[in-house]
Design a protein around this ligand. Sequence first.
Ligand code: ATP
Ligand code: MG
Length: 415
Amino acid sequence: MQKVRTVKGTKDLLGKEILIHNFITSKFERLCKGMNFQQITTPILENSEIFTRSLGLSSDIVSKEMYNFIDQGNDNLVLRPEGTAAIARAIITNSLEQDLNKFFYFGPMFRRERPQSGRSRQFHQVGVEYIGSKNHLSDVEVILLAEQFLKDLKIRKKLILEINSLGNEQSRHNYNLNLKKFFEKNLSKLSDISKKRLNKNPLRILDSKEKKDQDIVQSAPNIIDYLDEESKLFFEELLKSLDKLKIDYKINRFLVRGLDYYNHTAFEYITNDKKSQNTVLAGGRYNGLIKNLGGKDLSGVGWAAGIERIQIQLEKFEETKFKKVCIFSTNRKLDVEVLKMISNLKLNDTIQLNFVNDGSLKKKFAKANKIGAYGCLIFGEDEWKSKQVIWKDFNSGNQKLINLQKVNEFLNKDI
Ligand code: ATP
Ligand code: MG
């Protein structure tokens, strides 16, 4: 019989991989808290409309990638494909519309894509959202946080920050009209997929992965020329601040991001290779999103990064080295006492106890050797009667008796 398997595009996280995963999320968490971002976890299940109303029907996510289903109660549900719309929903649901909200999150996302390296159907994101501020300095703050995060992970140097402005709604609208005209004139040179996109969302053609489109896109009108005064000023101020902060970036006028809700700033941290999965971290400003979901007209800016894609970039990962201590008895009857003592210990983070509850004494020692234990705490019958326990140091081979009351202190200080 064939072994039971995971769903295509999903996998179990265990061993070194989950250590790396936790390493990434804990660095992220520490950094976010340090910059006064609060953690939020939204449900994995959401009503489909949260995403259909906000991301745009022509986006890749809504048009082909969502795990959408009708449940037994006839509700139209989705496994969340991304975090921003869900957090916008949470702002409204929890009546948080009065204040500035700086949130960070991490967790699994689901998209039905063709699985390959750096692209899976269940993947994991870390992300931030800064909601309620129209100031370009909020864009700077979230980019700064991204910089810090990537530097902490020692992968910033491998990435290029690309940035663009989509302008405010009016500028974006004007640009779209002109872009459409341009592509209509060059219809025969477009790929089939772009021909279909032309009516719904001509912007999307700019970041097409098709070679045919890329040639014609080079001579398309430049979005920067369509920015109105407000949009131009916003972008200039943002770039000036990045310069002052010595953040390296490259303007990419073709960077539009796939979702409808972006305006003004759009940015991505990408690797040098030309693979389609070369974006590690991506974000932008989304001024209309919360209003679209039925909330107040609040603006926001944020980003998300794929943990799996960060992992591909991480070269060195230093596993925390525990001091392993084996603990066992010479007599089964004492095993519960061993557990009782373990439950009363308060140990440093660096110590890992391994309780061995089975096998002969010889086997227990063999197990301690196999896991590379630093030493063993042994509960012997006679010693137990005098409230003592044996410590055997594997480095020196020495053995000594420790008073039961002193075991905690001994493990924390003396080994
Ligand atoms: P791509 O162009 O690679 O499809 P995207 O624009 O769809 O990315 P976003 O929605 O902006 O991606 O998500 C933010 C980040 O989440 C991406 O930059 C990437 O690191 C990660 N990501 C997105 N989709 C996947 C996936 N299917 N598997 C793994 N990571 C992903
Ligand atoms: Mg995608």
